[in-house]
Design a protein around this ligand. Structure first.
Ligand code: HEC
Length: 97
């Protein structure tokens, strides 16, 4: 009986750990759609996906936030930068690239 219980715990925690590693990727597209489609279509961002350097994206994000007024927190900005350069698989997917 006790062994059975331990097994269930092991299987459950393995399942949770697996879900967590997968969850980091879909977050990119989600965050982009959440924060970057308020003023323009995602297409505008997509056009530059895979084209722009990390430095370029850094200043684009900064401009969107400081000059255009995008509401993005510091940690979200860092996340997005990592998502855009190099482009995350789920971002390429939503952009059809
Ligand atoms: C508050 C409004 C607003 C939000 C939110 C916003 N943008 Fe923009 N974006 C603009 C405006 C206005 C322009 C056109 C003027 C310009 O390029 O600065 C633009 C243009 C762009 C362009 C095309 C110009 C270029 O540099 O290639 C890209 C790429 C872009 N935005 C990316 C983003 C990303 C990524 C986000 C999410 C972090 C975002 N935007 C969120 C207002 C916004």
């Amino acid at each position: 009986m006790r062994l059975c219980f331990v097994l269930v715990i092991m299987i459950c925690s393995a399942g949770v750990a697996g879900a967590q590693t997968e969850a980091t990727t879909p977050e990119c597209a989600e965050l982009l759609e959440l924060r970057c489609t308020e003023c323009h279509y995602l297409e505008r961002v997509c056009k530059q996906v895979g084209e722009r350097s990390k430095r370029g994206w850094k200043s684009t994000l900064k401009r969107m936030i400081k000059k255009r007024g995008a509401e993005v927190t510091d940690s979200e900005r860092k996340l997005l930068l990592g998502c855009l350069s190099p482009p995350a698989p789920d971002i390429k997917k939503v952009c059809g690239k």
